[in-house]
Every structure is written in C-alpha cells, then in structure tokens.
Write a protein that binds this ligand. Structure first.
Ligand code: DX5
Ligand code: ZN
Length: 218
C-alpha cells in the first residue's frame, strides 16, 4: 500500500494572501500543493498560471502538483517545469490526439507527468498511456470549480486504474480530485487513491492541521 498524500488545492485559498496560505498548508501537515491552472477555455473559469508557480516555488519546499485545465498544454509545459512544477498533469480531453507526445514532453523537462480524465471519460481512453505516467488523476467532479459534490462513479474508475497499475507492477500514483470530504475519504482510499486533493474541505476548516490529519488517517 502506497503512502497517503494530502494535496490541498489552492483554488480554494485566498488569492490575495497566497504566500500565507501556502505556508499554512506546509505548517499544518500537507504533503503536496495542488495547483489548479484554468484558462477560461478548457473550463469555464480562470485562475493563475506560470508566475504563480514560480512565486510559490520560492516559499515552499512542498512538491507542486500542477493540474493543467487548459487547451494546448504542450505550449506551456516547459515553462511550468522551469517555474518549479514537480509534476504536471494534462487532460485526455485537451489532448486527444497527442496525449502520448505531451506526456513525453513533460518527462523530457525532468518533471513527473500524469494523465487526467473527466467524470464522463472512461479509463480505457488512457489505458495505453498509463505505463508512461507517474500519476493518473481521476476527476470526481467536472473541472472548473471547487466545492462541488463527489461523483460516486469515480470509485469504480479508481478500482479500474488500480488493477491496471498493479498488473503493470509500476510505481504509479493514483490521485482523486473533487468533492473529497472527511466522510468519503476512507472509501476513496479503499478504492485505490493514494494522492488526495482537497480544496474546500481544507480551506473551510477551522483547524487545518486537524482536517489534514483526519483526511490522512481516515
Ligand atoms: C476542480 C479542481 C479541483 C478543486 C477541488 O476543477 O481541479 O482541484 O479545487 O476542490 P474541492 O475539493 O472543493 O472539490
Ligand atoms: Zn485539480
């Protein structure tokens, strides 16, 4: 069983206090910082980009997990890598024809790579690229916004990915993103996820250390 990593999403942070928010994640036991990059085209929302990664990189040693919800991610992966990303994940839906090439490009920059699928995309669409991934990200909400409800169908997808990863015998992380709470996290881990993204659950909590611990140990 792989170590459980809690990856709070700074999408739910106060953007006007981003430095303090990231420091607080580090001090309160987060393992990873999940960075939701949105372009207003691939998803119906706009967040931040390369400079945010560059500036956060200076104030934390936590790994930066950059989830690119953008069209043509191949145009930007080198700059995200240079800015300090530790892992870059790209959507199957944004690179249906060149997912393999984009993942290889990410790897060539020296950072880890991952493929992401939306709730309405079956695992089989990325089955052929899983062997080249360091991580597979299963979306349990439609991307764009924090605070949505967990889509239960993601659990079967986690089991499916876990079976593929086990068969490959490779060290591949399985990440879940969207609607994770203290109430559903145990089931999510049991289904196979070991990297747990949590946005609103962490940022809305009174006590961040306590909620991160609960998510980790549930
Ligand atoms: C959704 C983002 C998620 C989001 C999760 O597009 O990819 O990372 O921040 O937020 P919660 O945990 O609030 O669902
Ligand atoms: Zn995300």
């Amino acid at each position: 069983m792989k170590n459980i990593q809690i990856a709070p999403s700074i999408l739910s942070a106060d953007f006007a206090k981003m430095g303090d928010e990231v420091r607080s994640l580090e001090q309160n036991g987060a393992d990873v910082v999940h960075v939701d990059v949105m372009d207003g085209v691939f998803v119906n929302n706009i967040t931040f980009g390369i400079k945010m990664v560059e500036d956060i990189r200076k104030i934390t040693t936590l790994p930066l997990d950059c989830h690119l919800m953008i069209v043509h991610p191949e145009k930007y992966v080198e700059r995200f890598a240079k800015a300090g990303a530790d892992i870059i994940t790209v959507h199957y839906e944004a690179c249906q024809d060149n997912l393999k090439e984009v993942l290889a490009l990410i790897k060539s920059t020296g950072v880890k790579c991952g493929a992401v699928i939306n709730p309405d995309t079956p695992v089989e669409k990325i089955a052929d690229v899983i062997p080249m991934c360091d991580m597979v990200l299963i979306m349990s909400v439609f991307p764009g916004f924090g605070g949505q409800k967990f889509i239960v169908g993601a659990l079967d997808k986690l089991r499916e990915v876990k079976a593929i990863v086990q068969k490959l015998g490779k060290d591949i992380d399985i990440e879940i993103d969207g609607g994770v709470t203290a109430d559903n996290v145990a089931e999510i881990k049991a289904a196979g996820a070991n990297v747990i993204v949590a946005g609103s659950t962490v940022f809305k909590a009174q006590d961040r250390a306590e909620i991160i611990k609960r998510l980790k140990n549930a």
